[in-house]
Design a protein around this ligand. Structure first.
Ligand code: ATP
Ligand code: MG
Length: 392
């Protein structure tokens, strides 16, 4: 059978004159994602990218699953590629859609004719295909308003395409089309979701994580790497920076007011993240903070943390409830890993009574009680860098 996968671009279509470059990035991402499956022919026309396998042994279900995770694709479907001849189309539609139609009762047909030399107009094609399906499958009924399935017949330049159920794509914009940013990732539920959300807006993600051995274990670091590995399904490869943070945390414990331990720790994380971002040309940071979730995420705490960064900090979860964040974590398969019980450096030296309304001045004065600069420089010096790759 001669099949293809049709990918519908979403928001890209709104990009006007920039559309071409967005599509270039999307096609490049698609090509990269297709590599492990074999050779494909890729064409684009009228906000559809057509992917055709060059050999028969490629499992299109697997390819579809992979395409369902590429940002910039709004919807996708498998389609039969057939001759531009009405008789052939009717016969092939009946055979090809058999399984799809057996489980439903109502359908409609939508025809699209971009090849205007095809002798039948769209309404006629729809009518003919609808009639052929009704006579082959008498359990069906046409419902033009709320069909369980819309059968699509497209008459394009080089072939006709017949497709059944369309699936929703990953949406958003192609990774890299918005540039790059650095995700502060912990082993928790929130930050992986934040990374996913910003990748969906077209950012290529790098990640930074702070570890405090022996207070935090190797297993906690493994957990973070597993989370990032899971994210690569959507984000592609992630450059990962692991920062040794123990000495800074001990210095905070020894020299700063206990009620500010977490805030000052957050600010030092920001300072290091900014240095890494500067060195690697990453214009923005991303965190998983959500307003009011914990003491370090009240408006004044966030203001104090924010003041430690000279570049924009994206907080896509800021207005979200935990339950909605969890729903996304489940969808992207990070949840089960996130809830494993290993400690994070945030849970080391946590104050019994954290200050929930710290003024920036009080925080800055408290941080100035100790000269953190040498330890900051040392931490940056000892960062371990590696690339977490999408596993084929
Ligand atoms: P998460 O579920 O992402 O851990 P959280 O609700 O537990 O979030 P915090 O632990 O207060 O919140 O952390 C707030 C944010 O700070 C995180 O979302 C993350 O962006 C960043 N962060 C926390 N701990 C680390 C860490 N060890 N390394 C890097 N970033 C961190
Ligand atoms: Mg956390």
């Amino acid at each position: 059978m001669n099949e293809a996968i049709l990918l519908k671009t979403g928001e890209i279509a709104l990009k006007g004159l920039n559309r071409g470059s967005f599509e270039d990035i999307l096609v490049k991402n698609i090509r990269w994602r297709l590599k492990p499956f074999g050779a494909f022919d890729i064409q684009r026309a009228q906000s559809t990218i057509t992917v055709r396998p060059k050999s028969d042994d490629i499992d299109l279900d697997e390819v579809c699953d992979a395409m369902g995770k590429v940002f910039g694709i709004a919807a996708y479907s498998r389609a039969l590629v057939t001759e531009k001849d009405l008789g052939t189309i009717l016969r092939d539609a009946v055979a090809y859609l058999k399984d799809d139609l057996s489980g439903i009762r109502t359908f409609k047909v939508e025809a699209k004719r971009s090849d205007k030399s095809f002798p039948y107009k769209s309404p006629e094609i729809s009518r003919e295909v609808g009639a052929a399906l009704l006579s082959a499958y008498p359990h069906l009924r046409v419902d033009v308003h709320h069909p369980q399935m819309t059968v699509i017949v497209e008459i394009r330049d080089f072939a006709a395409y017949i497709h059944g159920a369309q699936r929703e794509g990953a949406g958003g914009m192609p990774v890299s089309s918005s540039g790059q940013a650095l995700l502060l990732v912990s082993g928790g539920i929130d930050s992986p979701v934040a990374g996913y959300m910003m990748a969906r807006r077209g950012l290529k993600i790098s990640a930074i994580h702070f570890v405090s051995p022996p207070y935090t274990s190797a297993r906690a670091l493994d957990k973070v790497e597993t989370l990032l590995q899971t994210l690569t399904d959507y984000t592609g490869n992630i450059t990962f920076y692991c920062v040794p943070f123990t000495k800074l945390q001990e210095a905070i414990r020894d020299h700063c007011p206990e009620e500010l331990f977490t805030i000052i720790m957050r600010r030092l994380m920001m300072e290091i993240a900014v240095r890494v971002a500067r060195a690697h040309d990453l214009p923005a940071l991303i965190t998983g903070e959500s307003l009011g979730q914990v003491a370090s995420q009240t408006i004044l705490s966030l203001a104090a943390t924010n003041a430690a960064s000279d570049r924009p900090v994206f907080r896509p979860l800021i207005g979200m409830d935990k339950k909605d964040i969890v729903a996304i974590a489940r969808k992207i398969n990070t949840f089960e890993t996130s809830i494993l019980p290993y400690e994070d450096c945030c849970t080391v030296f946590t104050p019994k009574r954290p200050k929930t309304r710290p003024t920036l001045r009080y925080v800055e004065e408290s941080q100035a009680l100790f000269d953190f600069e040498p330890l900051l420089a040392e931490a940056v010096e000892n960062i371990e860098e590696k690339v977490i790759r999408l596993e084929w």
